[in-house]
Design a protein around this ligand. Structure first.
Ligand code: B12
Length: 263
């Protein structure tokens, strides 16, 4: 395991390296708090289906400790963030949406669930290794009027886990702001996460202009529930991903191609 030498000559293992090692070798953790991780995580017990039940219960009841444990257990047991996003977090939120529709969860419980998940995702981001100096840059956001924060945060974390220097620019950004960000930072990959479109016609129109200006230098990846098949037929993109696992495969292949000497 790589170490760094302290001034006093001791070898120091970074928390991110250690977490990476635990995940890679699926090591059972006796006391996660020593690593600054949530108490009780790392025993790796439970199936993905059980985790959805536990996380749904924790989110609806506002039991943040239980939610953190449900997500970190999967994370420490070696599941990729793309799997956790698709199979645990998205499935849980779909269930919460159903509970709300059936009148079995209140609006405040749905909002609080998003807040809890935002905090947990930020903790996960904190224990992933920082991107290398040569890591390719990826930026992305949700379009104007779209206030869904979890999908774009998940995209950022999925890309960081596979070695991209990914940064979500945030929610509800107009195309003019996306344009400036691309011109200034020239990312090889740019994502747009669209969960809600107030005016789909105007979105497609502005998106096409954006795509025309940048698709030669930037792989523009789109995803999100608002991009219906009929809208997608009218759009061009480097990749459309309806799951984070698709994004991870695409971004991995792109990063490899960029590393080839003649690409
Ligand atoms: C939480 C929530 C909210 C919260 C969001 C809080 C926040 N800050 O994020 C609030 C209260 C703001 C909200 C508002 C609204 N909501 Co709402 N909401 C939800 C809920 C319960 C969960 C959404 C969520 O975060 N899911 C978790 C994410 C991770 O899952 P996901 O979106 O499916 O994303 C996955 C994939 O799509 C993909 N993906 C997504 N984006 C991208 C991007 C890229 C690049 C890639 C690669 C992949 C990818 O990967 C993810 C993981 O698999 C859903 C229920 C549901 N079924 O999802 C309703 C739901 C989405 N909401 C709905 C509606 C109607 C609304 C409103 C329009 C209501 C209104 N009339 O005001 C507004 C729109 C707000 C706006 N302007 O943005 C409907 C949408 C119906 C439809 N036909 O599209 C749903 C389905 C509920 C329902 N059954 O009616 N909502």
């Amino acid at each position: 395991m790589p170490t760094e030498k302290t001034r006093g000559g001791h070898r120091r293992i970074s928390a991110a390296e250690l977490v990476g090692c635990i995940r890679g070798r699926r090591i059972q953790v006796a006391d996660a708090t020593v690593l600054g991780l949530p108490c009780g995580t790392g025993d790796g017990v439970g199936t993905a289906d059980r985790a959805v039940d536990t996380l749904t219960r924790g989110l609806v009841e506002g039991d943040e400790v239980l939610c953190r444990r449900a997500v970190f257990d999967r994370f420490l047991s070696g599941d990729r963030m793309s799997e956790i996003g698709d199979r645990l977090i998205a499935r849980t939120f779909h269930r919460i949406g159903q509970l709300w529709e059936q009148g079995e969860a209140e609006v405040y419980q749905e909002r609080r669930a998003t807040e809890i998940m935002r905090r947990i995702l930020s903790e996960i981001r904190g224990v992933l290794p920082s991107p290398d100096a040569e890591a390719p840059l990826a930026l992305g956001a949700t379009p104007l009027g779209d206030h869904f924060c979890l999908p774009t945060s998940l995209v950022e974390i999925v890309l960081r886990e596979i070695g991209w220097n990914a940064e979500s620019l945030g929610i509800s950004l107009p195309f003019v702001a996306l344009e400036t960000a691309v011109q200034r930072h020239r990312p090889p990959l740019f994502w747009i996460s669209a969960s809600y479109l107030g005016d789909p016609e105007s979105f497609v129109e502005q998106y096409e202009t954006f795509f025309d200006s940048h698709h030669r230098d930037v792989a523009i990846v789109v995803g999100g529930r608002a991009l219906s098949e009929s809208l997608r037929h009218r759009m061009r993109y480097a990749a459309f991903c309806d799951r984070l696992e698709h994004l991870a495969s695409f971004a991995d292949a792109l990063a490899r191609a960029m590393r080839q000497p003649n690409s």
